[in-house]
Design a protein around this ligand. Sequence first.
Ligand code: SF4
Length: 265
Amino acid sequence: MTKITRKQRTRRLSVRSPAKKPARSPKARLGGGERKGAKRASRKSKSTKPKSAKPWTASEVREAFGRFRKANPEPRGELEHLNPYTLLVAVVLSAQATDAGVNKATRKLFEVADTPQKMLALGEERLRDYIRTIGLYRTKAKNVIALSEMLIRDFGGEVPRTRAEIEKLPGAGRKTANVVLNMAYGEHTLAVDTHVFRVANRTGLAPGKTPLEVELGLEKAIPAEFMLHAHHWLILHGRYTCLARKPRCEVCLINDLCRWPEKTV
Ligand code: SF4
């Protein structure tokens, strides 16, 4: 029989010992696609979050958003839609997909189905044919039909105006609700997608480990006068300037204010 030394015993024990439970993050009610997006965004936080950046002062935040406003006074979202209902459908379809890809499919879809009633008349099978170029289209078609039924049954065919009610719709979560409330009803909500998450963490404007943490930090930091458009300014900044792999710091409007130690200017 082989003799087990003390060193070997320790090694065996350490292999068996249970892994530590991860710290629990704040709860956010997110749709299926949004949950995956949130996980991905959280994983990225390690590389984007400044280690011990000095928090932004109120006047720096005002200065940054003043520059965004001057450069683009009326920023627009890039998801094409005709009314609150088609916006809701487009946002639900956009989980794990690009806006351009969704627009390509919805241009034809919304010509025949721009209300919940018309969507039900179209039916799940034909809806699938319109959106089959979008990832997860089977699940998304099911959700769009189910949310259309719920809108007719519970909300008189209209998209509701509260976050809690929108979150009840199949396929919709907090991010969907924030986009719809902001773009369709002009509410001061702020949806945190992968671009907003990256910009908020890199710049140090609202560092956070989860999209919800970042959202609450941004709400606290951004003055009310900028909140209507803040969501789009930050998304567009992340999409076209503060790119994930190669941020264009040399042309960045806020490069003097950004706290990211790896910025290139
Ligand atoms: S300076 Fe660079 S890292 Fe900072 S916000 Fe601008 S593009 Fe992003």
